[in-house]
Structures are given as C-alpha cells and as structure tokens.
Design a protein around this ligand. Structure first.
Ligand SMILES: Cc1cc2nc3c(=O)[nH]c(=O)nc-3n(C[C@H](O)[C@H](O)[C@H](O)COP(=O)(O)OP(=O)(O)OC[C@H]3O[C@@H](n4cnc5c(N)ncnc54)[C@H](O)[C@@H]3O)c2cc1C
Length: 490
C-alpha cells in the first residue's frame, strides 16, 4: 500500500499516530518545529541532572498496553505504581498528608479532621466510578461525525448523571466532606485539567476514582521521556523520518484536499494524507485562517492555566520531599477564583514539586536531587510580561526551602525557569496555556475541535487539543480514534 502520510508535530499524539499508521503500512514523515521529539512530554539534561520537562506521572496505564498491542508489539515500558500517591502540605503547618490509595491509611491521616472519612469517601468514589464506567466507552472512546451523532451517543449515558453536568466539582466536594483540607486535596484533580474545582464540572470527580480506586498513578522507569524513546525505537524500524526545526506555516489545497504543507523556509511537503498534532484550534485559526478560530474568537474561549516551571539541580539529599508533593496555602477558594485572570502572581503561590531522583537516582549525580516545580499561572492574555520571572521563582524557592527545612538557594547547581511565553514559543501552545482549551462541557466531545477537518477530506488532527482531551492516556486514545477514521475512509 505505502500511502504517504505527513504528521505535523512529534508530541505523543503525533508519535503514537505515526507508529499506528506505520504499522499499517503507511509511509510516514513527521515534521517538528522544536529540535527534539516529544512535545510537552520532553526532557533536558544539564550538569549530570536530567529533567522531564512536563508530565511527571500518569494514570490509565492500560492504554499504553493497548497502544503497543495495536501496533503489534508488547509494551516495552516498565511502569511503577505510586503509593502513597502524593504528599500535601498546607502553609503554616508542619504536617505532610500522605495521600494513599488505601482508604484505611487515608482515614488515619484525616483523623480528627474529617469524621467518618472512609464512609464518605467510599460513597463519593462509588458515584465517581459510575461516571467513569458509564462514559469511558460511550463518550470518551468515540468518534463523532457531527453534533447530532454526539448527542445520540451521550443520550446513552444513564440519565441519573445529568444533574452532575451543571454542578461544579467544588460543590460536590462541599456536600460530601466537612473539612477544608479534604475538600482541597480531593479537588486537586481539577488542577490536572489545568483548571480549578470552581470551574470544573463535578463529573470530573471520575478522576478521583482513577487515582484512588481504579488504576492509580504510575511512573515510567528511566523517566517519562522513556515513552518517547521507546516509540522512536519502533518508528526507526519502519524508517519513519522525524524532521526537526521545521515549522509548518501554510497549507496548499486543491478540490477539497490538502496537497502539501509549507514550512517557514518555504519548503513544500507533499503527501496523500496529513495529521496535525499542533493545537487543533489555533492551527485552524493561524495556519488555515479560519474566522471561527481567529485570535479574537480563541481569546473568548476558556483556556486551561499556563505553566510556570522551575527546574533545580540540587547538591545534597532532601529528606522531606517525596516523588510528588503539593504545597498549598490556606486561602484556597479566594486563591483559585483569582488565579485565572490575575495579571500578577501572589508572593505565596500554590505549587507542585516533583523530585524524580526520589525514585530514580540516575536522574541526578550522587548525593544530589533534581526538582521540578510547577506553578499554575494565568495565560498570556492576562499576564504577558514575564520579566519578573526571577522574582516569582525566587519567592517559590524561598517558600519551599522554609517548608522542607533545606536551603535550596544555597545548594543550587542548575536552575532553569520556563514561563508561559517559553512554553508557547517552544511548542506552539496558544497564549502559553499548558493544557489547551479547558474541559468545560461546551468544549468537550462534539464541541471540542474535531479530529477531522471541516473542509479538507485528507486533513486530520491528533492530540490533547482534539477529542477526547488532555493527558497522556487521552492522547493515545486520540491517536486511536483518528487513525481508525483514516483507515476506514482512505
Ligand atoms: C507542565 C505540564 C505538566 C504536565 N503533566 C502531565 C502529567 O503529569 N501527566 C499527564 O498525563 N499529562 C500531563 N501534561 C499534559 C500532557 O503533557 C499533554 O496532554 C500531552 O503531552 C499532549 O501531547 P500532544 O501530542 O497532544 O501535544 P504536544 O505535546 O503539545 O505536541 C505537539 C507538537 O507539535 C509541534 N508543533 C506545534 N505547532 C507546529 C507547527 N506549526 N509545525 C510543526 N510542529 C508543530 C510542537 O512543537 C509539539 O512538539 C502536562 C502538561 C504540561 C504543560
């Protein structure tokens, strides 16, 4: 068969689509604007420290087994389940809550804080499990041809879940638990969607089910970038070319079909089919010049929070940090409601810290640690000037030093800061938004930018910006959905 396929972007979406199609006999070329494959799932090394740039864990690992199986190989990734899942510290307290999948252990963590915790959590997670299982196959793993098709498919979701579409996650947690600590900790899943529980529909409590009851959280041995390396190894067997430093800025078309894509140097790339792994909304606006996706229209849509990320190579061993740690304040509702649209960052922000040297000593030199700090911040629509990045990072590093009792400033060997501006320009993320369009009900399913182009029959989209949505397992599902479409139609 050997049909030519060009994929624009080498994020997990682009790479997984490439392997799926190469294993079906397609001749695939991947064009990537950055100098390295992986997109947000990337990595860099400095002075003997290795840092995963973005993703630091994942859930629904069976999607990786399925992906490799679909491509005719056994999953080569060695994955490790995390328990405890993470630790949480609230400002002003020395206590680090160990958040375990074991609800008995978790009950003792919340002793004296939340009465009848286990009973309440079981009831809450049971319902969240129903959301998960009643939507996974019917809604999440589906292609939609149009809105009617979408509504037909969601009409098969049991009617009893309907009230939860309008209710916010925070309201559901507020009805379930009494203590602020438990509510805030359970609401952290909204953060994985780049949002807050005050904006996130309560149906996403299904993410609490995935963390506590279903598959939990996992690491990949050797670091998250091993995923990219292993896929590239397989792509090499099919002679898939990945061409770096190549940004697609234009599309040529004829008779309802794309004939070629053009890079910023003017070079034309011809194929029979094209899959775009760049952001499906802004590509339609900025490259295809579609009015519906113009910057004005995109600016009015709801975007997920942007990342401010800090990478620290530290000399010395740190005792009070685990693999995943959340450092939170005591004014969560007020903080979360303002963080989206504020043009300045509070001097005491909420942030996440990943120390992968805790589980993988090879990613830091002997007697050293590598720290990745992620602070969700407003996107470039609200804060476009990041000349204060050193001050903001300095506040976070000092706050963290105090809370873990370790002077990070004094022991820093490597330091790198990426602002939303950097993330935006490295990977084409619209206005630096870390997870793209938010997952509110009017931006998911049939309302999310489609994986098939509206005008050109051989142009498709893959990745977190199209259906079903964000996160590594969802991106693998996205590549399954789009490649099924192509294989069925072409
Ligand atoms: C800070 C951070 C932490 C995260 N943590 C987690 C986590 O712990 N677990 C998890 O499951 N998910 C996490 N995510 C989300 C996860 O990274 C994404 O959902 C996933 O990596 C998206 O993959 P993708 O292929 O859709 O897009 P991308 O990774 O963005 O890939 C798109 C690729 O297209 C390229 N591109 C864009 N425009 C063009 C163009 N015009 N021409 C050529 N190439 C182009 C980009 O350079 C990029 O390489 C995190 C995201 C961020 C930002």
């Amino acid at each position: 068969m050997n049909k030519d396929l060009i994929i624009v972007g080498s994020g997990l979406g682009g790479l997984s689509a490439a392997l799926r199609m190469a294993s079906k006999g397609y001749k695939v070329t991947v064009l990537e604007k950055y100098h390295k494959a992986g997109g947000r799932l990337n990595q860099f090394s400095e002075e003997g420290f290795t840092f995963d740039l973005g993703p630091s864990f994942m859930s629904m690992t069976y999607e990786f087994d399925q992906f490799f199986k679909d491509c005719g190989i056994k999953n080569p990734l060695k994955m490790k389940s995390l328990d405890p899942l993470y630790k949480v510290n609230f400002r002003g307290s020395n206590k680090f809550f160990n958040i375990s999948k074991d609800l008995d252990k978790l009950s003792s963590e919340f002793e004296g804080i939340e009465k009848n915790f286990k009973e309440k959590a079981e009831k809450y997670l049971f319902k969240a499990g129903q959301f998960f299982h009643d939507t996974e196959n019917i809604v999440v793993k589906q292609n939609y041809d149009n809105l009617i098709d979408y509504f037909m498919k969601i009409s098969r979701v049991p009617f009893k879940h309907l009230p939860y579409l309008n209710k916010k996650l925070w309201n559901l947690l507020d009805e379930t638990f009494d203590s602020m600590e438990v509510k805030v900790i359970f609401s952290l899943v909204a953060f994985f969607l780049g949002s807050t529980p005050f904006k996130t529909p309560s149906i996403y409590s299904l993410l609490n089910y995935t963390e506590f009851k279903h598959n939990g959280y996992w690491l990949v041995e050797g670091g998250m970038y091993t995923i990219v390396r292993e896929i590239i190894k397989e792509l090499n067997k099919y002679d898939v070319r990945i061409i770096y430093n190549t940004e697609i800025v234009k599309v040529n078309k004829d008779s309802g079909k794309v004939t070629s894509v053009v890079d910023s140097s003017g070079k034309e790339w011809i194929a029979e089919n094209f899959i775009i792994n760049a952001d499906a909304a802004s590509f339609r606006g900025q490259v295809l010049n579609r009015e519906k996706f113009s910057d004005d229209k995109l600016d009015k849509m709801e975007w997920s929070l942007a990342p401010l990320t800090i990478y620290l190579g530290i000399s010395g061993k740190i005792k009070n940090l685990y693999h995943h740690n959340y450092f939170l304040g005591n004014n969560f509702p007020e903080y979360a409601k303002n963080i989206f649209s504020s043009s300045s960052i509070p001097s005491k922000p909420y942030y996440y810290v990943n120390m992968s040297s805790y589980t993988d000593p090879l990613c830091a030199p002997a007697d050293c640690e590598n720290l990745f700090i992620l602070c969700p911040v407003p996107d470039l629509r609200f804060k476009s000037d990041w000349s204060d990045k050193e001050i903001i990072a300095g506040d976070i590093i000092s706050d963290l030093s105090e809370r873990i009792g370790f002077d990070l400033n004094k022991n820093t060997v490597v330091k790198k800061i990426l602002t939303p501006f950097d993330w935006g320009s490295m990977f084409g993320l619209y206005k630096g938004s870390g997870l793209g369009l938010s997952h509110k009900m009017m931006q998911v399913g049939g309302f999310r930018p489609k994986n098939r182009d509206e005008l050109y029959s051989n142009l498709f989209y893959v990745g977190a910006s199209t259906t079903p949505g964000t996160g590594l397992p969802m991106v693998l599902i996205s590549s399954k959905l789009v490649t099924e479409r192509i294989l069925n139609e072409h």
